[in-house]
Design a protein around this ligand. Structure first.
Ligand code: PLP
Length: 413
């Protein structure tokens, strides 16, 4: 915390000390807070040379993370996920150069590990042995895994539609799992009330300012891993809006401390059936809640809590918001796997579908270089994957019909 200056309200701009509870005391629940640092001091400490000597995980940016020196960290390695060049996929979606940042390779299989890792450290710093969250899946499974790693208890409120593999992760990691017979919004409200009532630490990204700080590291890593040569666009799918806001904040902070001199444009991608952030961005209006309907469960958010930060990130970067259909998302799961060898869950593949659509609509130039963040691993939602790519062929043991099948696949001698 040596470099943290305070918490600034995104609504009224007031600065608060770090021990204020989750949101602005003056503005209430809509007054989300943003962690501010002493950037000149950070710039003296967080240099390229200093970074070169540090371990490859997301704590390497510790001057820009809101945790105390010496706090115990989860033993699982979070961050520094691979960046994969994808030239065949680039041709398919129609851009000059494409990289995937495969955050499905985090310990519990999604980018949410970055936020949860910071969350469990904050809970233990504050002496809170129980941490809770409401999640469409990945925030929960990552919280459960990080809690297990640090020896905390986790309580998880999940909406009815959470895919089974994510539930399995929760139970394996020893979480207390409460499956709310309702929407994400219902689960969120119940969690909120329970945290207030029982004094548990609340990991909800939307209101806890420290979680977004963890997500920031994806933006910092991509700059560093690309040798400080930034792409024209960074594509990220958007649910609550923390991920895109975090990635942008990380990039901006590296610019603020002089490690990069230009920034990419952010492409925010939503599913057509859950696109209130796109609407707010396009209409320059307040958020109008929707009833979410999409196969991409991780971005099926009807009342995004962080829409203001997301819209600000896209606007400030000179970026765009774009919507894609469930059909386009399923197609993207297939071609991302087939053309790059990366297995993305629906919400992650949505970023690629978004790039393809943005090129088709002339938003992203065919000469552009793009980095798409793969926010979650495809094994988390096998049912959707099978819906995307179909079933295997059936062959009898004596091989009858095999030659015909191979011929159909263009594999016969
Ligand atoms: C949470 C999540 C997102 C979106 O992040 P938000 O902060 O909700 O906008 C995208 N993809 C996956 C796989 C996620 O788990």
């Amino acid at each position: 915390m040596d470099f943290v200056r305070g918490l600034q309200c995104v609504l009224c701009g007031a600065e608060h000390p770090v021990d204020v509870a989750y949101t602005c005391p003056a503005c209430g629940p809509a007054g989300l807070l943003d962690v501010r640092y002493d950037y000149p001091a950070v710039a003296r400490s967080l240099t390229r040379e200093a970074l070169a000597a540090r371990p490859h995980d997301h704590w390497r940016y510790r001057e820009l993370l809101p945790i105390a020196a010496g706090s115990p960290l989860p033993a699982l390695t979070v961050g520094w996920t691979p960046i994969v060049p994808a030239p065949r996929l680039a041709r398919h979606v129609g851009v000059r150069a494409l990289h995937l940042k495969d955050d499905g390779r985090n310990p519990t299989g999604s980018l949410k590990d970055r936020a949860s890792a910071v969350g469990v450290v904050k809970a233990s710093e504050q002496g809170k042995p129980i941490i809770a969250c409401a999640s469409t899946g990945n925030a929960a499974s990552s919280l459960a895994g990080m809690s297990a790693s640090l020896g905390l208890r986790s309580v998880i409120f999940v909406p009815r539609r959470a895919p089974e593999p994510k539930l399995a992760q929760l139970l394996v990691f020893g979480a207390t799992v409460l499956r709310v017979q309702g929407s994400y919004e219902d689960a969120f409200q119940l969690c909120q009330r329970s945290c207030e009532r029982h004094g548990w630490y609340n990991r909800n990204c939307a209101i806890n300012p420290y979680l977004l700080e963890g997500k920031k590291t994806v933006g910092m890593e991509l700059c560093e891993q690309l040798g400080w040569r930034l792409p024209d666009w960074v594509a990220v799918s958007v649910g609550d809006g923390c991920t895109i806001a975090g990635a942008w904040k990380g990039i901006r902070e590296l610019q603020a401390i002089g490690l990069i001199d230009r920034t990419p444009r952010m492409l925010g991608v939503q599913a057509e059936g859950a696109a209130p952030v796109t609407a707010a961005f396009r209409n320059r209006a307040e958020l109008a809640p929707v009833d979410p309907d999409t196969i991409a469960d991780s971005i099926a958010v009807g009342v995004p809590r962080n829409w203001r930060k997301a819209v600000a990130a896209v606007t400030e970067s000179g970026g765009e918001m774009i919507n894609v259909s469930d059909r386009e998302i399923l197609d993207a799961m297939g071609y991302t796997g087939r053309l790059a060898g990366v297995f993305a869950e629906p919400a992650a593949a949505a970023a690629l579908a978004g790039v393809r659509r943005a090129v088709a609509e002339g938003v992203v130039d065919a000469g552009a270089s793009v980095l798409a963040v793969i926010t979650g691993n495809g094994l988390k939602d096998v049912r959707s994957a099978l819906a995307a790519v179909g079933e295997p062929y059936t062959v009898p043991p004596d091989g009858t019909g095999l030659d015909d099948l191979l011929a159909k696949e263009g594999l016969a001698g």
